[in-house]
Design a binder for this molecule. Structure first.
Ligand code: 2IT
Length: 448
């Protein structure tokens, strides 16, 4: 491996051994960059890679809130403003008990390259809190969000840093966060947050990640001379992203046959295709119970407690739950089932060894999450654009732009891999194309 690249990876490993997810994503992205670094010796002179793995700014803050029973609780809030070379920091907030700096930094690092791939002016950022929304009342969620924003509002803004949702943060939380921001600032700066569910949110933003993933998938299928109609898809999770995939897949004549949760997975051979089933996903999520078994109980389908859905024989796997869902064991099951399309959707859903194994399977096509799920943040950038011009675009307009952006991301990835002689390699292509735009902007802006 290129000596400079190897030394930066070694440095990250030794400095951040206590942040394994962050180390994992740096290794994953950098493993694709060798030909680019070889071609650009000038990067080493200004330590471009060493600067890229160090956030421009990252901070924690105290979030204190009162539970309904009058007791007070303290959580840790985070915001990582990782790279602002191509635009205001942009990326979601994750509320989940396992949030710690390694998770925030892995998500922030991924976000840099994902946001770059969209072609839009958005830098990379991420944040969140080690707060568990499961079972919390609406009033508790509101108080938590208000306290979170009291600590964060000085450090964000429509031209500075624009948070959005991620796991545990949806339109309701964004509404409460926005209300508190507006109250503190005394101004209607609606571009400070995206994923707003009220008047100035973008239409199609809730659907965008799932719709975008299916648009990307269609490009892959077309490359293979296949169509989406009639295909069976295994999904994981039952959040906003999986919901969007189910909807678009059903509309195009394909069917999602598995969903999963922390309690296990469900198998619905008829597919999550009717409005009733698709709407029930939203209901299950909103209940705060976090149990996918509810779907099996309601629709009388199989429930497999404590298991993951990756042993089910399908045409396409779309891991859409969370990081490191697919380990070597599941990757081997997927390969043994003869699955041809492995389309990552959640941020880093595959361990690095499992990803390498899947990419080596003859005939299997692997697409990386930072490209496949970029439709979410791309539509957030479209929401920022609408907020700046004080207009709301039609559903058709947003969907048309989203579709176009996904097609471009796919094509840019294909072209970047080909340009460096790597063949049809969507993983390397996305890493290279995402990297190049940020690298150019950093080189142009001087060394800091
Ligand atoms: O992982 C992601 O891209 C997101 N959670 C969405 C970020 C955004 O700013 O819409």
């Amino acid at each position: 491996m290129n000596a400079y690249l190897a030394s930066v990876i070694e440095d990250v490993k030794s400095k951040h051994a206590n942040e394994p997810e962050f180390v994992q994503t740096v290794e994953e992205v950098f493993s694709s960059l060798e030909p680019v670094i070889e071609k650009h010796p000038e990067y080493e002179k200004v330590d471009l890679l060493g600067r890229m793995v160090e956030p421009e700014r990252m901070f924690t803050f105290r979030v204190v809130w009162m539970a309904d029973d009058g007791t007070w609780h303290t959580n840790i809030g985070y915001r990582c403003q990782f790279n602002g070379a191509i635009g205001p920091y942009k990326g979601g907030l994750r509320f989940q008990p396992n949030v710690y700096p390694g998770i925030i930094k892995f998500l922030g690092f991924e976000q840099i390259f994902k946001n770059s791939l969209t072609g839009l002016p958005i830098g990379g950022g991420k944040g969140g809190a080690d707060f568990d929304p499961t079972g919390k009342s609406d009033a508790e969620i509101m108080r938590f969000c208000q306290s979170f924003m009291q600590a964060l509002y000085r450090y964000i803004g429509p031209d500075v840093d624009v948070p959005a949702g991620d796991m545990g943060v949806g339109a309701r939380e964004i509404g409460y966060l926005y209300g508190e921001y507006r109250r503190l600032k005394g101004a209607f700066e609606n571009g400070v947050l995206t994923g707003k569910g009220f008047s100035c949110g973008s239409l199609i933003r809730p659907e965008a990640t799932g719709f975008g993933a299916v648009y990307y998938l269609q490009n892959v299928l077309e490359h293979e001379g296949e169509k989406i109609e009639g295909k069976t898809i295994a999904c994981a999770g039952f959040g906003n992203v999986t919901w969007g995939i189910c909807r678009k897949a059903a509309e195009l004549g394909a069917k999602v046959v598995t969903l999963s949760g922390p309690d296990g997975y469900i198998y619905d051979p008829d597919g999550v295709v009717t409005d009733e089933k698709i709407n029930y996903i939203v209901e299950m999520r909103a209940s705060g119970r976090n149990k996918v078994k509810d779907y099996a109980d309601k629709f009388g389908v199989e429930f497999h407690p404590g298991e993951k859905p990756w042993g089910v024989k399908v045409d396409i796997c779309m891991p859409s739950a969370m990081q490191n869902d697919v380990h070597m064991e599941q990757a081997q099951q997927i390969a043994a089932n003869g699955v041809k399309y492995y389309i990552e959707v959640a941020n880093m859903p595959t361990t690095n060894d499992a990803l390498k194994f899947l990419m080596e399977q003859p005939g299997m096509i692997v697409a990386p999450s930072k490209a496949v799920n970029a439709g979410g943040v791309a539509t957030s950038a479209l929401e920022m654009a609408q907020n700046s011009e004080r207009l709301v675009w039609t559903e058709e307009e947003v969907d048309k732009q989203l579709h176009q952006i996904m097609n471009t991301i796919y094509q840019m990835s294909v072209d970047a891999a080909e340009q460096y002689g790597l063949g049809y390699n969507l993983v390397a292509g996305a890493n290279i194309a995402g990297f190049q735009r940020v690298a150019d902007a950093m080189m142009a802006q001087g060394v800091f």
